[in-house]
Design a protein around this ligand. Structure first.
Ligand code: GRF
Length: 197
């Protein structure tokens, strides 16, 4: 079965959308492990669903964090970053080339990069007077919010939107697009496997 490692730092609503999509049968996949870089509600969500969890604190692992994650994930089919706030580097990027995806709450390449996370993204979108925003799912490379884009969806920016209101609207869309991409990637991997065997 298509196996996932999910990396989290926050509330874990995207993680929950994956858990729910598996439970409903929409996704034919298994979450092998959820890894957090800090104490967060996402870990509780995983534990409640009986998923194996691991806390690898950035504050303790520092430069060794990526190697510790690489060791902990073992061999999975896909690593999914859902609101994960540490930067992956080194061997994990090489071994999992095109097998690590991230969800970002704006239409990359705009409103991404270092320091562009959480509510700051939506503040920047509103400050720029954008009429459209929306989530991006992309492959992860060594640079922040930089790898090839897999899928984006548009969400309107409405008159009177506050950053919080816009964040909620985009987040709802994130939950849809993330499981769609994981489904597409798992089906592609199955096709490749079937052709080769
Ligand atoms: C999401 O907006 C995601 O795009 C960003 O961080 C937020 C995480 O939300 N990278 P959650 O922890 O999945 O609720």
């Amino acid at each position: 079965m298509f196996s996932l490692a999910v990396l989290v730092s926050g509330s874990g609503s995207n993680l929950q959308s994956i858990i729910d999509a598996i439970a409903s049968g929409y996704l034919n996949a298994k979450i092998s492990i959820v890894i957090a870089d800090r104490e967060c509600y996402a870990l509780e969500r995983a534990e409640k669903s009986g998923i194996n969890t691991l806390l690898l604190k950035r504050s303790i692992y520092k430069d060794e964090l990526s190697s510790a994650i690489l060791e902990a994930v073992g061999n999975v089919d896909l690593i999914v970053l859902c609101g994960y706030l540490s930067i992956l580097q080194g061997n994990i990027i090489k071994k999992y080339n095109h097998k690590i995806i991230n969800i970002h709450p704006a239409l990359l390449p705009n409103f991404g990069g270092k320091g562009m996370y959480g509510i700051k993204v939506h503040e920047a979108v509103l400050a720029a007077g954008e009429k459209i925003s929306g989530p991006t799912v992309h492959y992860v490379d060594e640079k922040t919010d930089h790898g090839p884009i897999i899928k984006q969806k548009s969400v309107p920016v409405l008159p009177g939107d506050t950053p919080k209101v816009l964040q909620e609207r985009v987040l709802t869309c994130e939950h849809e697009i993330l499981v769609e991409v994981i489904k597409e990637l798992s089906e592609k991997a199955k096709d490749t496997f079937d052709k080769e065997n």
